[in-house]
Design a protein around this ligand. Structure first.
Ligand SMILES: NC(=O)c1ccc[n+]([C@@H]2O[C@H](COP(=O)([O-])OP(=O)(O)OC[C@H]3O[C@@H](n4cnc5c(N)ncnc54)[C@H](OP(=O)(O)O)[C@@H]3O)[C@@H](O)[C@H]2O)c1
Length: 211
């Protein structure tokens, strides 16, 4: 697949490497694409660098992995991304992201809905926001007790595709619910930053089911 990485730092960079190693065509981007050449070299022959707009136009799937505060700014550069699949990894941290993160943390809505509001004609899936970047880097393809990746979203076909991508890079996907029901994945919630097996994730989802 053609995959554009928007925000190629700790999470976007490692995800891009895994996806390129799995055979996908990956374009890394950020505000400073010239600084991403070494990353693209590490990712191998399937990877290259470009601007944010170019990555957005290129990818059928986009990984959005930027600070929460920057979502509006990035959306202005990319446009609405109609029909694209966006895997969004963001978390709101008020100390880093300011007012918008405080608003998201205090809201009864799941944080990802604030991201999706900027891309209403795209298919937004939340994933990889619950895993620490070093674990994302080092815990793929564990032979024992495959590391789980909770994910959430609304469109069945899109979810199957994302689930497949998660498996391809050596993790075990576990579906949490619709984007509007992804609270359990948010900062300090039960699925956040925990190395849980599939049964444990499912039990948490079952015990916290909304409605
Ligand atoms: N670190 C973790 O372990 C972890 C785990 C799960 C989720 N997350 C979440 O995932 C997101 C990314 O985290 P990270 O740790 O990968 O961050 P990071 O290492 O700081 O990388 C952020 C990336 O976003 C780019 N960026 C920053 N501001 C931008 C803007 N205004 N417009 C476009 N690109 C911009 C940066 O590159 P330039 O400065 O060159 O533009 C960089 O490539 C955050 O929301 C974070 O909370 C992090």
């Amino acid at each position: 697949m053609k995959i554009g990485i928007i925000g190629s730092g700790h999470i976007g960079g490692n995800l891009g490497i895994h996806l390129a190693n799995a055979g996908h065509s990956v374009k890394f981007s950020s505000r400073h694409p010239d600084q991403l050449k070494e990353l693209a070299e590490d990712a191998g022959e399937n990877a290259s660098v470009c601007t944010i707009k170019e990555a957005a136009d290129f990818g059928d799937v986009l990984v959005l992995s930027i600070p929460f505060w920057a979502i509006e700014e990035v959306a202005e550069k990319t446009g609405p991304l109609e029909g694209k699949i966006i895997i969004e990894t963001t978390n709101p941290y008020p100390g880093r992201d300011g007012e918008i993160a405080t608003k998201a943390r205090e809201s009864s809505k799941a944080a990802s809905t604030f991201v999706a509001d900027h891309f209403q004609k795209a298919h937004v899936v939340k994933a990889f926001n619950t895993i620490y970047y070093e674990h994302l880097k080092n815990q793929a393809n564990r032979s024992d007790n495959v590391r789980t990746i909770p994910y959430a979203g609304d469109d069945k076909v899109v979810l199957e595709l994302v689930e497949d991508l998660i498996r391809q890079i050596g993790f075990a996907p576990v579906y949490v619910g619709k984007l509007s029901e992804s609270h359990l994945m948010d900062v300090d919630q039960p699925l956040y930053n925990k190395d849980l097996n599939e049964a444990e994730v499912k039990e948490i989802i079952q015990n916290n089911r909304i409605g």
